[in-house]
Design a protein. Sequence first.
Lengths: 413, 331
Amino acid sequence: MKQHFQIINDPRFRLVYNEHRLFGTGPAPRKIRLNREGFTMVPGVKKKTMVYPGMLLAEHPSLEKGDLHAPMYGVITEINARSVFVEAVDPQEQAPGTFPDPLEPVNLLKDGLEGEELVLAVKKMGVNTRSLGRRIRTLIVNGLNPEPGIRWAEPMLVEHAAEIRAGLELQRRFGRAEEIMLAVPTGCNVQFEGVRTVHVDPMYPNSVNELMIKEVTGMEAPPDVAAVGLHNVWSLGRTALTGLPLMETVITMGTAREWANYVVKNGSIVGELLEFTHISLKSGDTILRGGPLRGESLDRLDRSITKGSYGFFVVNAGEVPPIEGDSPCINCGACIQICPTRIDPRMLSRYAEFGRYDMSRKENFRLCIDCGLCGYVCIARRPVLQYIRLAVKKLEQEERLSQLTPIEPVSKA
Amino acid sequence: MSTSQNNDILLAISTPPFWHCGRTIRKNSFHTLVALTPAVIMSLIHWGLPAARVMALAIVVAMVTEAVCQTLMKQKLSQDNGTAAITGLLLAFLLPASAPWWLVVIGAACAMGIGRMAFGGYGANQVNATLVGWAMIFVSFPFQMDAAASLLQTDLIDPLLKLKYFGADAVADISLFDLLLGRQLGGLGSSQVGALLIGGIYLALRGVIRWEIALSFIIGTFLAATCLHFADSSLYAGPFFHLGTGSTILAAFFLATEDSCSPHRPLPMVLYGLTGGVLVILIRAFGSYADGAPFAVMLINLLAPMFALIRSHPFGTKPSKAGAADWRTRA
């Protein structure tokens, strides 16, 4: 009823696009920019180091985060606190011996590693694995397009099923869950060996993990069920099949009218991607990394597609009413009606607007699943989701600080 | 030329989501004005130029008052979003066509100044701004506000006054069709019941107003009137009479549904509407005012925060009753 009378009557929110083209291959980058925040550079990797595909550049201290590898032949031009810049070089033109022989593929499937050993091996291959904390009963692979506008899920399940099959096999060998299920849109008939397929109504926000779990199990936040994205399973499968570290990511690239899925190198510069897809920009357009509802807008064309990004879009000026900045909340209640977690985005956005982050606790801000619908329906064009994210971040900072023990001055007595 | 080196393009930075439903305050106001148009036309047919005079004056005064207040409060002027015009027009709908100019000016200025801007602006008021203005002039100038007393050159009668002073039998022969066509004495727009009904349904289908409120308001009126009618049909008129007279339909679709003054979750909305509908009949049957609808709406506006306290538990949390064990710790 809600959808017919009230808020969402947007056909774009149906997450099935009947898209079955194979993934295109992205451009060979002339330049890349890899995000190194949180990573420790490997000794010896510095400015002017020659790099080759699959070369380890930096390690992440966490077991969940994959290490950073160079995706192409090139030379490091700059390393700063946030990024590593690499410029492409042609290996043919270099003196022999500049680069070592291509990497020997590692067959993760044949090696027979299991459990934590496999997690470590996968981390060394550059794939992020989400830690589930403990062994759980059910792990659901979220086979829906994560957001409206993202269109790689269907071709991934059908045309690129080999990667998914290998990825699911690795997931099984992690041994983190007793049962693995695959959630696919209603009407999609895919079967993978050893994995039970379950169907979910493909209407956004059902593709958000928390709501997908609810659709599958019928319970809100059941204690021993967790979800993992299809994109991550594809990355796992990709490394298993190629035997090489993860150097690319699948993204949907496009505008409101045209789109296509590409496998692009990690760290590709968005300007080069725009050039490759012949998308022209005008002043006032917005470019965004991620999906149209939860992504982030980029300020410059030399930003890059980071590891694990799943989309890159151009929103032309005038497509959506502009956000005017400090428009006050008019209490229309659209966000309250649309919020799938039944919290009150209206008050949360106000608390953040006026700096009363402490008040957000009363309104269960932690239950926000980041679906972005509150901002989508806001007729005053307030950045509601951004306000909630701000409150979450501020409170997390506050909590981290409160956990530190204050240093007592050493008494002389 | 490569795009990656083109620095002439200035990109717009924004926050997610980058899609939008496309609805804005201005578009909602536009739809509301479209929905009010049939009633405007019907009132012009019935009352002619005097009605046009009252409506135009109310709209202009409302917008000017808003502009003056916003200037004084150092806010951005927002007359272009149309909300002030709607407040003015709705106020005019509640006035008789014969209302003197000063009455309209005072009403519209009070509605905008005290009803809305004193609370901070559009969407911050707790009670419907139109009704605040209406209540102030209704209580202060009862004679000028009474259509039956001030409109002498007409054959129409105010069915609610007839009901009040002559009982239900006297109004039994008034046909619903006449009421729908606006052949009754009352506010110049609020008496155009059929036209308002069409406009209201348009708004509900558009999703501009919340249909739960309008529907439950009408159901509340209907049920309460039916109960009283069955209890004593010589004293209390039937439900369709009450729906077709006074400003019941205007209140159900345009006044009670004002976003900032009503609850937003399903159950509170239904309770809010039902309470309003029942109050309309209670005020009409047992109160001293002939038309209870505007007062009923003001009362439920004040009750709205109470209704809003009824809410289900947020996602994945469980009610924590005193003494009850946590569900997860149970074996």
